[in-house]
Design a protein around this ligand. Structure first.
Ligand SMILES: Nc1ncnc2c1ncn2[C@@H]1O[C@H](COP(=O)(O)OP(=O)(O)O)[C@@H](O)[C@H]1O
Ligand SMILES: N[C@@H](CCC(=O)OP(=O)(O)O)C(=O)O
Length: 367
């Protein structure tokens, strides 16, 4: 960790807010002092900071964190500017500039958007700026949004080719059960998924944070499966974590770097429908690494638009793959079971696109 040249540090809403939902400015200053020092020592840091919604609660006079999407978006819109203003002031005390980067899940899967984000972040780092990343809450739609910043941080770590991801929260690591329970013990190291057997995790622990431990474990799984180790600890341990001291929980890298859209599809995408496949299609996808054609589809569930993530399942309901579908649900219902030759003849298109192209498809379980 101490040798990591580039790290992504994510701080959650629960660590940035004082009781009553107001932004805790002291916390920001403490974190910024640590990051600025590491930056001065030559380590590049990308900060993924939650807190936009939390920062907007008090100025709008809201009694609590809004639960409906439109109000949450409006609150984030008010709060995001305030949040970044605080970071700008705090980093300025250390002679450091910040750059706001707002991303949506789409920016991390559409190749063009992904490259743009990658270039912008690389340039910010080269210019000595500390990028402050958050989800672009105001425009993220319910179907395709992270909601929590844990998984966003894991994908950003992959995007910037970080050497490590640090998840800062209000609890010092992963415990074998809810930390409020008497006798719950911290797990210092997770070497692979088998070390999580029997560990009890719940959703958010406070009314401020979003994903709880569940999304942190998902983020750890995304990052480690793509070769990025993760430290999960309490915000006050940020400096010790960045210096490589054994705090919180260390999740060792388990896999190698892979394509961003595959990473997102495999772990993070919320699907909007399901395609049921026949045996031939299942075989072609899992063993032949082929695209999914309409002829092998026997059922269509849900409602989706072209480009949406969908599940690909067996007739018994076992999900074998996830993919980005090229047609709407209505179109796939029309096309299903028809061969490419039949589709060509009926629609006059010379080469109808596959329903899910193999580049947009990731196998999640061998059948
Ligand atoms: N097994 C567990 N180990 C540690 N924390 C857990 C566990 N299960 C649930 N939690 C809860 O997860 C909470 C952290 O998630 P959250 O409130 O979403 O934080 P953040 O805003 O930092 O993302 C902790 O406060 C804790 O109560
Ligand atoms: N992006 C939003 C929500 C993020 C959020 O609360 O996430 P987390 O702190 O990871 O549970 C915000 O900045 O308020």
């Amino acid at each position: 960790m101490a040798d990591a040249g580039r790290v992504v540090v994510k701080i959650g809403s629960s660590s940035l807010t004082a009781p009553g939902g107001r932004l805790d400015v002291d916390r920001i200053h403490r974190l910024v002092a640590v990051v600025a020092e590491r930056r001065a020592a030559g380590q590049e840091v990308v900060l993924v900071s939650s807190g936009a919604i939390a920062a907007g609660i008090a100025p709008l006079g809201l009694p609590m964190r809004p639960t409906d999407l439109a109000t949450a978006q409006a609150t984030a819109s008010v709060g995001q500017g305030l949040l970044v203003a605080r970071y700008t002031e705090a980093f300025a005390e250390h002679g450091r500039r910040v750059g706001q980067v707002l991303l949506t899940a789409e920016d991390l899967i559409r190749r063009q958007h992904y490259r743009n984000a990658q270039r912008a972040l690389a340039r910010l780092l080269a210019l000595g700026v500390v990028p402050i990343v958050n989800e672009n809450d105001t425009v993220a739609t319910d179907e395709i949004r992270f909601g929590d910043n844990d998984r966003l941080a894991a994908l950003v770590a992959h995007l910037v080719r970080a050497d490590a991801l640090v998840l800062l929260t209000d609890v010092d690591g992963l415990y074998d059960g809810p930390p409020s329970r008497a006798g719950a013990r911290r797990i210092p190291e997770v070497r692979g998924p088998e070390d999580l057997d029997g560990v009890e995790v719940t959703g958010r622990g406070t009314s401020i944070g979003t994903g709880g431990m569940v999304t942190k474990l998902e983020a750890a799984s995304i990052a480690t499966s793509a070769g990025v180790p993760v430290v999960l600890t309490v915000a006050d341990n940020a400096e010790r974590a960045l210096l490589g001291e054994p705090v919180g929980t260390w999740f060792a890298a388990t896999g190698r770097r892979k394509s961003a859209r595959r990473l997102w599809l495999a772990h993070a995408a919320r699907t909007s429908g399901r395609l049921v496949l026949d045996d031939g299609a299942i075989h072609a996808i899992t063993h032949g690494k082929r695209s999914l054609l309409a002829a092998g589809i026997t059922g269509v569930e849900g409602d989706f638009e072209p480009g949406d993530p969908v599940e690909l399942a067996t007739p018994h309901g076992v999900v074998i793959a996830r993919g980005l579908v090229a047609y709407s649900a209505g179109e796939v219902r029309e096309m299903r079971g028809r061969t490419t030759a039949e589709l060509q003849e009926q629609d006059g298109t010379s080469h109808p696109r596959p329903v899910v192209h193999r580049d947009d498809l990731v196998i999640v379980s061998r059948y």
